[in-house]
Structure formats: C-alpha cells, structure tokens
Design a binder for this molecule. Structure first.
Ligand code: PHE
Length: 459
C-alpha cells in the first residue's frame, strides 16, 4: 500500500465491492442513530443536573456548534474521501505516522462499547421486566439486581448479541434497515412522552431547573469539561464512527448539510430527553435524588414514579425503556462497526469473521463493568471523555494543520462556498485545536480523582 498520499492527489478509486448506503436518508438515519443514544437520554439529564442544570445545557450547545460540528464535518470528509474506516483512512491521508492514531480510535471504540453494552443491557432487562412483569414494586432493589453481577452480565450478552446480529447483516441490510425502521419511531415516542410529561403537576419546576442557568457554573472548569466531553460522546465524534459511516457514502452530497442535520437530530433528542425527564423527576420529587446522582438514577427514578400511576404508568415505563433500548442499539451498532470495518479493511477479512472476533473480544472486555459497575465511571472518563477529546484533537490537527487542502477539496464537492470552507479550516486550527489540547490536559488531570473514588469505595 502506498504511503502518505501527496496533498493534492485524488484518493484511490475506492473498492468497487465496498458496500454503500442505499440512500441519503438511510445514511442520515444511521448517523443520527449513532449519535442519538444513551448519552442523550441517560447521560444528558444526569450530567445536567449535577452541573448546574441550564448552565450545562448552554455550554453543551456552544460546544456542539463551535467544536463538535466542525469535527463531525471533518470526520465525514475523511471517511468519504478515503472510502476507508479509521486505521486505513488515517494511513491513506497522513501516512505511516498517522496509523497509530487509527489504532487508538479502534481500541477506544471497543472500550466504549464494552461498558455501553452493559448499560444497554440494563435497558433491555428493564424493558423486559416492564413488558412481562410490570413496573417492579421496588425499583431500587430491582435496579441493584440487574445493574451488576450475573443479571447484568446476561443483559450485556443480550445487547452484544443483538448488536452483532445487525452488524452481521452489513451496511444496507443491517445498519440501514434497522435505522430506517426504528429511528422515526423513537422520535414519535419521545415527543409523545414529552407531551405527556408537560401535563404533570410540578412540570414547571422541572423546566425551570432545566432551563434557568446558574451563571456561576458557566465558568467552572468541571462544567466545561463535562459538557464538552458529553457533547463529543453524544455526537459520536472523536473515535471514527462517523469516518466509518461516511466511508460508505458515494457521490457529492453536501457534507456540511449532512453534518448539520445529524447534529440537529441529536441535539433535538437531548433537549427532548430533558423535557421528558425533568418534569417527571420534579413531579415525583426526585430532583435531589437525580442531582447527587448515581449512574442508575434514571433507571430507578422513572419506575419509582410510574409505580404510583397504575396501569397507565406501566405503559409509560414500557415506552420509556423502549425508546432507551432503540437509542442504545443504534449507537452500539456504530461502535461495533468501527472495529469490524477495521478488520475488514485492514486485514481483508470477511464481514462474518470480523464481526465474530470483534463481538467476542468486546464481550470479554465488558465483563468487569458488568460485574462491578464502578468500572463504568472510570471507563467513561478515560475512554468516553478523554479518549474522544484526544480523537477530536487529532482530527483537528490532521485537517486543520497537516493536510488542510485535503479536507477543503473534499468539502468543496457539494458545498459551493469556498470562503466558508476556509473559515472551517481556521476554526479547526485556531479554536478547536487549542481548546481540545487544553481540555485533554484538564480531563487527564481529573483522572486521578476518578480513580481514587473507584478504589476508595468498596463494591
Ligand atoms: N452517541 C452515542 C450516545 O449518545 C454514543 C456513541 C459515542 C456512539 C461514540 C458512537 C460513538 O449515546
């Protein structure tokens, strides 16, 4: 394979046998499916409540627009230009020096999926319980049971099996088919839940908490790092999932438009998620419980509230967990596709073989967080936060500093505003790069504290 392509050359004609999305809509729903996930519905309200409510929301929105969207567009252009998943894509663009970054991204996607699948397992088991047995009488002890130990392991296996089955089906028949069938349903159900929640008494207090910023929090480093880390996680940028999805794109679609649609679709769900959860926790007076939150707050808070509502409550709980399960699955699928596509592109393996190996390894990696969920916090800080910020920083350096003309050339296909493209490069170079370098240092500095909490609490 030729090394480091000269800057202005056109990319290799991509492998004619490489799979492709069936339609632009299919790509958009799959990319939105990757972005919309547990991060939006579970992480967003739980983090917003522990970081000053609306202050967190404001920082988050700023980060999405100024940092994550430019990076998302960068990932899309890397993927489409090379027609390869991260390892080969970065090698093709930057040469051997960049290949290790691709490996780090793949490793990161595996580590994230390992704990993501455990949490996805909680949603599957909660959904199963609400459908079959009704809302548990004591949600806290039910959650205690399913969130670590043998049952959590079962949930993790179930989640990995489902994810693996979709990836087995490939791009069109697997990922696209799933996303096109379930994503619209997710939006519908979520809107229905938000409308329902708005009629609860106390909804106003929930909205106020959610939407009135505490401006002191706006300037706190921990809010800024948490909101940025979360924005990355939520938009699925920084680990090559979007590079991978865009590698199955052809044609000259406007990547700026595609990226903006995905970012808007994701942010809408995060905000809607807040419009569901905050009125709900306020109505059931669980706001305090959520802010000194454990990762399970939502899994306990929602069913606790639903218990007092009888049959209607059960229906709402089922819908709620169904939404969570859909969101989790479509994101898990994109995480698994990063390593599967890596094996296919790098080693020339069949999809079947690559999927088996990736599923096996990630299933094993998920055993510690399934058995002891304190691992989830540690893994989230290390891989979900610092890891994604690192990936974002590398992307910004690649297209902002090292090979800006490559990104510009790719973006120019379908986006006819050269001046705006120039601005995009300047943004990557002068805003995104220094900011992420700073945030990376900051989030690495917080790691010892995370580790200390881990080691000082017995399970
Ligand atoms: N964006 C997903 C979520 O919000 C998680 C994810 C992160 C998926 C990174 C893919 C890549 O839950």
């Amino acid at each position: 394979m030729a090394e480091g392509r000269p800057i202005d050359s056109t990319p290799d004609p991509t492998d004619p046998n490489r799979e492709q999305w069936g339609s632009r809509r299919g790509f958009l729903l799959a990319a939105a499916g990757s972005a919309v996930g547990l991060g939006n519905l579970w992480g967003f309200p739980y983090k917003a409540s522990s970081h000053g409510g609306a202050a967190f929301v404001v920082v988050y929105l700023l980060m999405i627009v100024l940092v994550c969207l430019p990076l998302l567009i960068a990932e899309l252009s890397i993927g489409r230009r090379t027609g390869e998943s991260p390892v080969m894509a970065l090698f093709l663009l930057g040469g051997r020096r960049w290949r290790w970054v691709g490996y780090v991204l793949v490793l990161n996607s595996m580590m994230i999926l390992a704990f993501y699948s455990v949490v996805s397992g909680w949603t599957l088991l909660s959904l199963g319980q609400n459908v079959i047995g009704g809302v548990p009488a004591d949600p806290a002890s039910f959650f205690g049971r399913i969130s670590q130990g043998p049952e959590a392991l079962l949930g993790h296996l179930l989640a990995m099996a489902l994810t693996g089955m979709v990836i087995f089906g490939g791009i069109r028949r697997g990922i696209e088919h799933l996303s096109v069938s379930v994503m619209p349903l997710l939006y519908l159900l979520l809107i229905a839940l938000a409308v329902w929640a708005s009629q609860l008494s106390g909804a106003g207090a929930g909205y106020r908490f959610y939407l009135q910023p505490d401006f002191r929090e706006l300037l706190s480093w921990s809010t800024i790092t948490a909101a940025t880390g979360h924005a990355f996680f939520s938009l699925s940028v920084g680990l090559g999932a979007m590079i991978t999805y865009a590698s199955y794109l052809r044609g000259r679609d406007n990547l700026v438009r595609l990226g903006s649609v995905v970012a808007a679709a994701d942010t809408t769900v995060a905000l809607l998620g807040g419009l569901v959860t905050f009125p709900l926790v306020a109505h059931f007076q669980l706001l305090d419980g959520l802010s000194d939150s454990t990762i399970g707050a939502l899994f306990v808070a929602i069913p606790s509230g639903m218990n007092s509502l009888g049959g209607g409550g059960r229906l709402v709980a089922v819908v709620f967990f169904l939404v969570l399960a859909i969101a989790a699955l479509t994101s898990a699928v994109s995480l698994l596709e990063v390593s599967t596509a890596g094996l296919i592109d790098r080693l020339g393996w069949s999809r079947r073989r690559a999927t088996w190996l990736a599923v096996l390894v990630i299933t094993l990696l998920g055993i510690p967080p399934a058995i002891d969920n304190r691992w989830i916090d540690v893994a989230y800080s290390l891989f979900g936060e610092a890891g994604l910020i690192f990936g974002g920083l590398m992307t910004a350096i690649l297209l902002g500093w090292s090979y800006p003309s490559l990104g510009e050339a790719e973006l120019a296909e379908g986006f006819p505003h050269p001046r705006a493209i120039r601005w995009w490069v300047l943004l990557l170079r002068w805003l995104v790069t220094p900011m992420l370098a700073l945030l990376l240092v900051q989030s690495l500095r917080q790691l010892p504290a995370v580790l200390q909490t881990f080691f000082s609490h017995s399970p």
